[in-house]
Structures are given as C-alpha cells and as structure tokens.
Design a protein around this ligand. Structure first.
Ligand code: DX5
Ligand code: ZN
Length: 217
C-alpha cells in the first residue's frame, strides 16, 4: 500500500507536536520534514534543534529532506537530532557516496533527491546503496506549488531500473501532490507520496489522508 508522508512545512509551527500527532493518528505513515537554508533554495525553514523537539514529541518515522548547499557540514547534527531517513540533493555540494555511508553507519536510511531539471540517470551510480530516491515534482523551496507531470516519466524510468537490478530501493515524490495526481504517481511506481498543503490545508487532514489512500488503491 502507498505511504503518505505529510510535509509539516504547511503545518502550524506554533503547535508542531500536535500537528504531527494529528496526522499520525489519521493514518499518516511518515512525517516529511523540509530543511531549507536560504541558499540552496530561496527559503528558510528550521534546523536541527526543531527536529530534536519533534523527535521528543513523536515516535513517528521522520523523513528529513535536506534542501541545503553543504549537507556534509550538517549530516551528523541531523542524525543526532533524530532523523530516521536523510534525503540529500544530488545537486548539492559534496561527495554523495560518503554522505550515504555516514547515514548507514548510524543505522539510518539514506536517499538521494533530484530536482525537476536533473535526469533520473544522475542517481544510477548510487542506486545499489540507496534506500530511496526522492523525485521532486516542483522546484524545491515552497509548499503549495503546481505539480509538474513530466516528473512521472522519471519515476517510471527509476522504477524500471530498480526492477531491472532487482533492488529494494523505494521511490518518493514531493511537490504539488493532490487527489487527482496521486493515483497517477502510484501507478508510475511511487511508494511514498509527500503531501503538504493538500493535507494541512484540508478542513480534516485525517480524512484527506484516507482519501489519498483510497484514491491510490
Ligand atoms: C518543497 C518541499 C515540499 C513541500 C510540499 O520544496 O520539499 O515537501 O512542502 O508541499 P506541497 O504538497 O504543498 O507541494
Ligand atoms: Zn520536501
């Protein structure tokens, strides 16, 4: 079954613990945590101290998306703060293989993330060592943007390559996911859907999560 990972970027930051608990009670599988440094993307969110507070507030799986220029400077801090999975942008600085190893040495999961302009093939050299690939379906930086349908071609290519190699690597998609495109993403081969504004902007976020699951069945 498809996993739903609400992005807390669209949640009320003044009551983050409650915002996380209410979607987990509503059937959310993971919590997607967007970290933005104002340099890799033109927006700033928060850093390790907030993640650490979240870790204390929930036992839910924390899927951390690092939209930062120099992940090697912060990987240990985010691991220590309680990330269960770290997503590194392949377009960021640094040697991706070393970052993946550090995450695995800490007993956590590692993913590479690709922006809309980056081809699927960019992650192929690392595919055998990855727990997940995150395909961006908007330019990273802000919630509430419009889904880019071309991203589904990349999901299909990745799914094919993962199958061809007989790997377990999961595929996640992030940006502009709503009830209309969610089934298309699932059909294309996504295992996890990130949804920010469509979950936290709904009158009843828990109901929206159930609607997502039904739509993808
Ligand atoms: C965008 C973030 C996304 C964002 C998704 O840079 O990585 O996780 O919060 O929000 P929606 O679902 O509103 O596009
Ligand atoms: Zn994200």
């Amino acid at each position: 079954m498809i996993k739903i990972a609400p992005s807390i970027l669209s949640a009320d930051f003044s009551v983050l613990g409650q915002e996380v608990e209410r979607v987990l009670r509503g059937g959310a599988d993971w919590i997607h945590v967007d970290i933005m440094d104002g340099h890799f993307v033109p927006n700033i969110s928060f850093g390790p101290p907030v993640l650490q507070c979240l870790r204390r507030a929930t036992e839910g799986f924390l899927d951390v998306h690092l939209m930062i220029s120099q992940p090697e400077r912060y990987v240990d801090a985010f691991l220590k703060a309680g990330a269960d999975l770290l997503n590194f942008h392949i377009e960021a600085e640094g040697e991706m293989g070393g970052l993946i190893d550090r995450v695995h040495q800490a007993g956590k999961q590692a993913a590479l993330t690709i922006k809309p302009g980056t081809p699927a093939q960019a992650v192929y050299p690392y595919l055998d060592r990855l727990d997940m690939v995150l395909v961006m379906s908007v330019e990273p930086g802000f919630g509430g943007q419009k889904f880019m349908p071309e991203s589904l071609d990349k999901v299909r290519q990745l799914r094919q390559e993962i199958q061809r190699r007989g790997l377990q690597c999961a595929i996640e998609i992030d940006g502009g996911i709503n009830l209309e495109n969610a089934p298309l993403a699932a059909q294309a081969g996504c295992d996890i859907l990130v949804a920010g504004s469509s979950v936290y902007g709904a009158p009843d976020p828990a109901l929206r999560i159930q609607e997502f699951k039904q739509a993808c069945q």
